[in-house]
Design a protein around this ligand. Structure first.
Ligand SMILES: *Cc1c(COP(=O)(O)O)cnc(C)c1O
Length: 472
């Protein structure tokens, strides 16, 4: 992993020790509310507490590193999305983080659930999640996962290719059943953090392109199939999106497709899914919209476009993952080394190494994602110093928090908390360097509950077939 040139970024940073958005805090102990779950606060003695649990106690109880999920915050956020989008269906995107307990919370809060692999579907079913409220994604679904989805009566399968339609029809015939399907389309809208691009071509692996006509062909094919019940169209434009501009273009292009389908068949498609990708605050720089603002914006967009095309309002759904679980989770690490590194021009950078890294959060290395951190085990009166929080892995790019003000007296044994770590951290974790993956614990009303236990070296060795008698 060397796509970020470490020496290059050091030189660039040497003249500007911190990015422009990272302003020196007046008080390094203050927790910026938008970054933290709603029950997070710093107690009078300086220790950060979440869900009524002091992180020093939690570290003692479950060790570090650990992912900590604020159950009340998760539930509150899930309800906020559900309520803001009343009349629409909100699917929680399980790929952001899923375990049986979280699937149960999602069900209890009245949301539906998206899965995109046999593993995710199995977790959801194990949790007793109503299959009728599950959506099944994936651009290369296996026979095994399609079969399980059909046998258990999954509510909708989002078909992604002509090959998949063939496979699905064959399996439906074999099982003498039918499948409810949405057709995944690419609208040519690609959304990123603070921008979106609307292009004419769609050079990526997902779905059927609208501009080439393939989407309409796929709709006709599903519509004409005796084994498939065509529900509508699905579009997902990207992730960590902060405004509705990209959704507006996507809605216009998908609803134009509705109009074309209606013109050809005389029938209006019943459902439209606008996907997920709603952004959250990882750093002070990020300003996410509330579910209420997004809901009113998206409703207006869909109503406007339907009027324009002379369509009835379809049944609409969305699929937030990160925006629900991201802010509810933090990652807790213990500091192992603190090092000042000379970066030239009389400047130095402070490297704070913790007991986790790219194995428990790949996003900084994978997408150059930015994070924040705070000293969690005590308050400090020391000067804020720009620091880089790095992991223990054998990669120069093993960075967790590229730039953050931490107190100058940050030292070995301190706990650091990284907020907004609930999404795509544990779910993308690896065993790089034979590192056991951290546990996920939830906190609520002063209680700690293990949702996913810590992996052990024995867990890892259990997969190793050994040296003797290893003939196949
Ligand atoms: C990843 C994904 C989502 C969720 O994205 P978030 O950024 O977590 O909201 C929703 N729908 C589809 C199809 C996805 O691939």
């Amino acid at each position: 992993m060397t796509h970020m040139h470490v020496a290059g970024s050091i030189h660039a940073d040497a003249t500007t020790p911190a990015p422009v958005w990272l302003t020196r805090p007046d008080d390094v102990n203050v927790l910026t509310p938008k970054l933290w779950s709603q029950t997070t606060h710093r107690a009078a003695d300086g220790v950060v507490a979440v869900g009524g649990v002091r992180l020093t106690d939690l570290a003692e109880q479950v060790g570090t590193p650990a992912y900590v999920l604020d159950e009340d915050d998760f539930r509150t956020r899930a309800r906020a999305w559900r309520d803001a989008f009343t009349g629409w269906t909100v699917y929680y995107a399980g790929k952001s983080f899923l375990c049986t307990a979280v699937a149960a919370w999602v069900a209890e809060e009245g949301l539906s659930l998206d899965v995109c692999s046999l593993g995710e579907l199995t977790v959801a079913l194990r949790a007793g999640f109503d299959p009728a409220r599950i959506g099944m994604h994936g651009n290369n679904k296996s026979e095994a996962e399609l079969r399980l989805a059909l046998e258990r009566g999954v509510g909708r399968i989002i078909v992604d290719s002509a090959d998949e339609i063939t496979r699905l029809e064959r399996l439906c015939a074999e099982l003498d059943t039918t499948a409810r399907v949405m057709v995944r389309v690419t609208t040519g809208v690609e959304a990123h953090t603070h921008e979106y691009i609307a292009t004419a071509h769609e050079d990526q692996k997902f779905g059927f392109s609208i501009s080439s006509g393939q989407a309409l062909v796929a709709l006709f094919r599903c519509h004409n199939s005796s084994r498939l019940e065509l529900l509508g169209v699905h579009s997902h434009i990207g992730s960590q999106i902060f405004d509705t501009n990209g959704f507006e273009v996507a809605a216009r292009r998908t609803l134009k497709l509705f109009a074309q389908f209606k013109e050809a068949t005389g029938l209006q498609l019943a459902e439209l899914d606008l996907g997920g990708g709603f952004g959250i605050a990882y750093t002070k720089e990020d300003d996410p919209a509330t579910p209420e603002d997004l809901a009113s914006g998206l409703r207006e967009i869909v109503e406007h476009e339907c009027r324009g095309f002379g369509l009835d309002l379809p049944k609409v759904s969305i699929e937030p993952g990160r925006a629900i679980v991201g802010p509810s989770g933090l990652a807790l690490y213990r500091v192992g080394t603190v090092k000042a590194v000379d970066v030239g021009a009389g400047l130095s950078r402070r490297y704070v190494s913790v007991d986790g890294g790219m194995s428990d959060n790949i996003r900084p290395a994978l997408y150059a994602a930015e994070y924040s951190a705070t000293l969690a085990s005590r308050a400090s009166t020391a000067e804020p110093v720009v620091s880089r929080v790095v992991g223990l892995h054998c990669e120069g790019g093993d960075i967790l928090v590229r730039d953050e003000f931490l107190p100058a007296d940050t030292r070995v044994g301190d706990l650091l908390a990284v907020p907004a770590s609930g999404a795509y951290s544990r779910s993308m974790a690896s065993n790089y360097n034979h590192t056991p993956r951290p546990p996920v614990v939830s906190v609520r009303d002063g209680q700690v509950r293990t949702l996913v236990r810590r992996e052990t070296l024995d867990d890892l060795l259990a997969l190793d077939a050994g040296i003797a008698e290893n003939e196949v």
